[in-house]
Design a protein around this ligand. Sequence first.
Ligand code: PHE
Length: 328
Amino acid sequence: LQKAALEEIASAADQAALQALRVKLLGKKGVLTAQLKGLGALSAEARKTRGAAVNETKRALEAAFAARREALEREALARQLLSERLDVTLPGVAFPVGGLHLLTRLTHRLLDVFRSLGYDVAVGPELETDDYNFRMLNFPDEHPARDTQDTFWTEDGRLLRTHTSPVQVRYMLAHRPPFKVVAPGRVFRNEAVDVTHEAMFHQLEALVVGERVTMADMHGAILSMARALFGPETKTRLQPTFFPFVEPGAEFAVWWTNPRTGRGEWLELGGCGMVHPNVFKAVGYENVTGFAFGFGLERLAMVSYGVPDVRYFFNGDLRVLRQFRGPL
Ligand code: PHE
């Protein structure tokens, strides 16, 4: 019995087979139990030797069961380790990290420049009234100057602001001079879209008002901005032009070195001028002078970052956007 039983135990395929075997051999109705029960029928002498032998067998079987159980557990663990193996040296899955849009970067860069020059930063609504966008900026009703800014009107007579200049009006109504302020934001014009024109674009507007603010101050402010953007050698140029809300008015250009050609060239950036007396009258200001200038960010971003088509800014093409993830 013992030899056969030991072989059976040693080759039990799994824990369940081992348990079944234990019941068969050592259980209440098992082979060995029956043998122990049978001892009573023997003589005292025979019972002693036979009993010792049965107990010996029982110990041997117990030991064999324990050994097999341990072996099966080891095998199971080995199998589990193999199947659940994890290669911790594999590179991880990187989460996609977003970045700031390049116009946002340019805005931050410009605001940093103006903050370092002592300017406050203000914003205004994109849905504006005719008063703030036109009338208080000295565009009379029906005046042809309105035609220079093709406007999106809403059914209730409001409009999508065509420039950031209405923020000048709002700021002047809410503050007392002297002050320096810049206002960045989106503006809208009903325009045919092409390489350099979008119906929505961005402007940055500067307004400085005080007792003796002059055109020389204006030129200095524009020059400081241009040098912060394009380096200390940068020059600026003013050429007379007309905007209803300034007198005199000018357009300003910046001399910069085009990295593609290595040559210097004029970059016409925006409009500027001394705040028109009618604008001060509209907001109730007396005995002050001031200047304002404003320009589009897209053009500046196109030349600074080498973007060939304004539509790239807004069509969400990741191949373009991904190129502007690094530092400013
Ligand atoms: N608001 C003008 C435009 O959008 C630009 C400008 C701003 C001109 C400030 C003069 C002074 O065309």
